[in-house]
Design a protein around this ligand. Structure first.
Ligand code: ZN
Length: 488
């Protein structure tokens, strides 16, 4: 594969040339949602970041097996090993089966992802469907001596593991400090150390989700599913593991420890983490009242929102920042993104209406290379977008009759826009901020075409009638050198 894709590997803290383990196949694993509530802005960012990576790897010619898991068991309230299972709790409160909760929110998650034009992954495994694999994984860790059984539960022995390997290598946490501050546990807990984490938990009598195992009737620890399912579908060594930065510790750190203890080697070659979204400078959180779901964004129904924002505006907003920078949400920032998105799409729509001339007076050369270079440099989507905006200026010049473009350059420009706007950035060509669907747009275009033909035949009555009626329905028609444009 002839390319120089560089990605920032969180594990080594530097940009590295991407060399796949088993070219032309690429294994990509991304931690998916715990489905006990509606998807929010924090879910949109990893989904869009790794969707863009998935699309770009496909563009480079790789065959990508993209695994994004669904956590439907074992994710306890206090990310470690304490508290109630998040899904079981929701089920108890709603008086439903846990799997009813999972089905309900998963369907809604898929709908939100479809609106954001996030492609479905190749495999979407559920933790609850892989209990056997997880039990086998615990057995391997016990066999290698890095786990211990205690009162029907099994815990990972972090201190012992750290003597041979480096626990904390991904997140940069200092394990000695962690151990130092946790000496006081002796004899008071099933765990030897509070840094130890559960691989298998014995279920309390009131716990609804449990399975038989050699140790107890219980359930797997949250971190285990990703080790078990990642290696099941992508092999003992695979290319890229992604997720939000909030998952780096303890989730991904524990995943590395589990896989290394069970298999005696590093499983993941490149770790990629997207940065977080803050809301008006604050972390998102249910207790802070700034927890806005995607549906609330689409409908404008949260008290912090001044208006609804379309799915494409959200996608554009996220892609306008590099995935490793923080993004701060505010109404002003999203309104600016909405304007930017509409401006880009207006340029794209005008491009499709341009008529070729003998020569080109605007800049077309080098655009494809500049966009490609930006993507190869650790997926620099904001640079791609700014290059496309520069090209839009040229398109508008030609559209306004102040410049010309040759047939060859016109084809090139159309092809670059199709590739980067639609295929790689995944932005759908929609007018009016994304509310019009394709058939409806075609119908309006057809009416405007009939109006043009009527004018050519000097049938002013028909031409006038179409314009007047459309205006009455709320459409604004602008006539230009290259035909008519409409907005609602
Ligand atoms: Zn995970």
């Amino acid at each position: 594969m002839e390319h120089k894709l560089k990605i920032y590997n969180t594990l080594n803290r530097k940009k590295e040339l991407f060399v796949p383990n088993n070219s032309p196949y690429v294994g990509l694993y991304v931690c998916g949602p715990t489905v006990y509530g509606d998807a929010h802005l924090g879910h949109a960012r990893p989904a869009i970041t790794f969707d863009t990576l998935f699309r770009y790897l496909n563009h480079l010619g790789y065959k990508v097996r993209y695994v994004r898991n669904i956590t439907d068991v074992g994710h306890l309230e206090h990310d470690a090993d304490d508290g109630e299972d998040k899904i079981a709790k929701k089920a108890r409160l709603e008086k439903l089966e846990p799997m009813e909760i999972v089905q309900y929110y998963l369907t809604r998650y898929h709908k939100a992802m479809e609106k954001l034009n996030v492609l479905p992954p190749s495999i979407e495994p559920h933790a609850s469907g892989h209990i056997i694999e997880q039990i086998e994984f615990v057995k391997k860790i016990l066999d290698s001596g890095y786990a211990y059984e205690s009162e029907g539960s099994v815990y990972f022995d972090v201190e012992k593991y750290n003597k041979k390997y480096n626990y904390g290598k991904l997140s940069g946490r200092n394990i000695d400090e962690l151990l130092e501050t946790t000496r006081d546990l002796d004899g008071q807990s099933e765990k030897r150390r509070s840094v130890d984490f559960a691989l298998w938990k014995k279920a309390a009598p009131e716990h609804i989700m449990h399975w038989p195992s050699p140790w107890s009737e219980g359930f797997p620890g949250w971190h285990l599913e990703c080790s078990a399912m990642g290696t099941k579908y992508l092999g003992e060594e695979f290319d890229i593991h992604g997720g939000g930065m909030d998952l780096m510790f303890p989730h991904h750190e524990c995943e590395i420890a589990q896989s290394t203890a069970a298999l005696g080697k590093e499983t993941v070659h490149y770790w990629m983490h997207n940065n977080m979204i803050t809301i008006n400078g604050q972390k998102m959180g249910k207790s802070l009242g700034n927890f806005i779901t995607l549906d609330e964004f689409f409908q404008g129904s949260h008290k912090l929102l001044e208006q609804p924002y379309s799915a494409m505006t959200i996608r554009f907003f996220i892609l306008q920042a590099h995935y490793r920078s923080t993004v701060d949400f505010s109404n002003d920032a999203l309104k600016a993104s909405e304007k930017g998105y509409i401006r880009l799409m207006e340029g794209y729509n005008r491009l499709l209406k341009l008529k070729p001339a003998d020569k080109t007076t605007v800049e077309v050369a080098g655009l494809r290379e500049r966009c490609e270079e930006a993507m190869l440099d650790d997926l620099n989507t904001p640079i791609v977008i700014s290059n496309l905006f520069d090209a839009t200026k040229g398109i508008n010049t030609v559209y306004d009759g102040k410049g010309t473009i040759s047939a060859e350059d016109l084809e090139e420009l159309k092809s670059v826009f199709k590739l980067f706007v639609e295929d790689i950035l995944g932005l759908l060509r929609e007018e009016n901020g994304g509310s019009a669907n394709d058939a409806y747009k075609k119908a309006i275009d057809l009416l405007l075409e009939i109006r043009q033909e009527s004018k050519a035949k000097k049938d002013w009555d028909t031409a006038d009638k179409i314009r007047k009626q459309l205006a009455e329905y709320g459409f604004e028609i602008k006539d230009g050198k290259n035909g008519s444009e409409w907005t609602l």
